[in-house]
Unconditional design. Structure first.
Length: 284
DNA sequence: ATGGGATCCTGTGAGC
DNA sequence: TGCTCACAGGATCCCA
């Protein structure tokens, strides 16, 4: 389940593989992945054909490939999405199921595709879309996101928590409040900040907000350098797994002992998500 | 206006 | 061993 660290690590792994490369051919095997992002299919994905990759951007869990002529391919991995670069040989040998879109690309001078970029997504909670330029993508989609969790300031966190009546868990999962946190890192951040997931943001003391801010920044930074958390499906652009899952304190550990105090970790659905916390360390 | 619930979808693993 | 079925999750839509 890719969250900010996984998408950022993916972005970094794709930069050396894609920058300056040209897309020669695109094959789209499922048209409905184009509409899953809630944007009308008013632009053909095929527009990216012949595009040369200028930059890879990220906001929250969203990734965007910007071409030299301005066109943009926006990607959301959903739950099980993967964006893989394969050599021609690998692409020929491997049987890839759920490969919904495949780009052939290579160096602009060659005109011979040497590699394949594959978007696969078994559960199809993800999607791709295109835009004529970054400005349009920002206006249509990314403007609806809160600030990116990696660059979140303490002041902004305090401001966006102050009036909320929802639980902390629901608030932090809301991408329009903060972009990039998902079920894993919300649970991990709340544990690190010793805050119970069902607390209301309005009940937080200034010190709590400080701890939460520090926890979010620290955990995300560590997870990015560890290559993210590979639970089931997540792979980076080279097809490699992230190692941060071995360092989870609470996520996926319900019924096990808290690594801080030894109390058995509890689990329940909060904001319709499986939530794990330590009843001793995390105060209501 | 706001939040909660249903919905989409398929691979995995527990249980019989 | 093989089958069934609940479960996992992000974002969107609908309704209270």
């Amino acid at each position: 389940m890719p969250e900010l660290p996984e998408v950022e690590h993916l972005r970094r792994s794709l930069v050396p593989l894609l920058l300056g490369k040209q897309f020669f051919h695109v094959s789209l095997n499922r048209e409905d992945i184009l509409t899953r992002l809630g944007v009308k299919r008013n632009l053909q994905l095929a527009l990216l054909k012949d595009g040369v990759v200028r930059a890879l951007h990220r906001c929250g869990k969203n990734l965007a490939l910007e071409m030299c002529d301005g066109r943009v391919l926006a990607v959301h991995l959903g739950m099980s999405g993967q964006f893989l670069v394969l050599s021609a040989g690998e692409h020929k040998d491997r049987v890839l199921t759920h490969a919904h879109a495949v780009w052939q690309f290579g160096a602009p001078s060659q005109k011979t595709p040497a590699h394949y970029l594959v978007f696969r997504d078994p559960r199809r909670f993800g999607g791709i879309t295109s835009a004529p330029d970054m400005e349009t993508l920002l206006r249509l989609r990314w403007s609806k996101l809160g600030p990116d969790a990696l660059s979140l300031t303490h002041e902004f966190l305090a401001a966006c928590l102050i009036s909320k009546v929802r639980t902390l868990k629901a608030t932090l999962l809301d991408q329009s409040v903060i972009a990039g946190l998902g079920n894993i890192y919300v649970d991990e951040a709340l544990f690190a900040a010793r805050l119970h997931p069902t607390r209301t943001p309005a009940s937080l003391e200034p010190g709590d907000v400080l701890h939460l801010h520090r926890a979010i920044r620290t955990i995300l930074a560590r997870a990015v350098s560890a290559g993210g958390s590979s639970i089931r499906d997540y792979l980076d652009g080279k097809g490699e797994r992230g190692s941060y899952a071995t360092r989870h304190q609470v996520y996926g550990r319900a019924g096990a002992a808290c690594r801080r105090c030894g109390t058995i970790l509890e689990s329940a659905a909060v904001a319709q998500r499986t939530t794990v916390w330590c009843p001793q360390c995390q105060f209501i």
